[in-house]
Design a protein around this ligand. Sequence first.
Ligand SMILES: [Zn+2]
Length: 289
Amino acid sequence: MALVSAKEMLQKAKAGHYAVGAFNINNLEWTKAILLTAEEQRSPVMLAVSEGAGKYMAGYKTVVGMVNGMLEELKITVPVALHLDHGSYAGAKACIEAGFSSIMFDGSSLPFEENVEKTKELVAICEEKGMSIEAEVGSIGGEEDGVIGMGECADPQECKKIADLGITMLAAGIGNIHGKYPANWKGLQFDVLDAIQQLTGDMPLVLHGGTGLPDDMVKKAINLGVSKINVNTECQLVFAEATRKYIEEGKDQQGKGYDPRKLLAPGFEAIKAKVKEKMEVFGSIGKAD
Ligand SMILES: [Zn+2]
């Protein structure tokens, strides 16, 4: 199955009270692990690519080529969207050109009116190309690609204004943070999420910073209209842990244990297990059919 826009899978998720995972990819192992798990679990899935990861993988065209090749050669039949995560205006345009099926334009650090103008322009392009587009209001805390946000709660009225521009899904800051949550974290602001959903109606809402959120908070957020949940750090942590264990046990020095296909296998399996676990919590298993 070719790449699809995230529109239909997220509208179905919103109506069905579950969420689709958007898992960040960094390389071939990551991409293959996520696609195979989605196929095995019959779950729709989004592959998210940050601008930094896009650069790391040699550029957006390389990413599109790799993902399209895998969809065909791994015989993936579940819906898959290839999505730019926290895109700049220029990054969004580059991904539209390169063949992504979905973009996020993160104008949350811009003055609100400029966020509106740029989002509006990109909505028109995405509509014409049949792509989905995510916009953001209220910055999400933590660090991503060297940018540190303190995390602020979105203004529900601003959310409504951006939602009305014709976007597919809306990311709103509700006290969520990228990376690990600090010990003194106050938790998600469910009253803000509730107010946003009441004003934006059927609009699928996006929860960034899914790593380390307790399952009950995730489920409550889904009940309040969250239909896309981003997972990045959590896969990185289990990949690193599994790889460290392999080396600490000296397995790279036994036989041909240094072969990268062997060295990276435990990390690959760890990502598969984590993705499956997340899909269970999000309720997306079996929803591809
Ligand atoms: Zn994010």
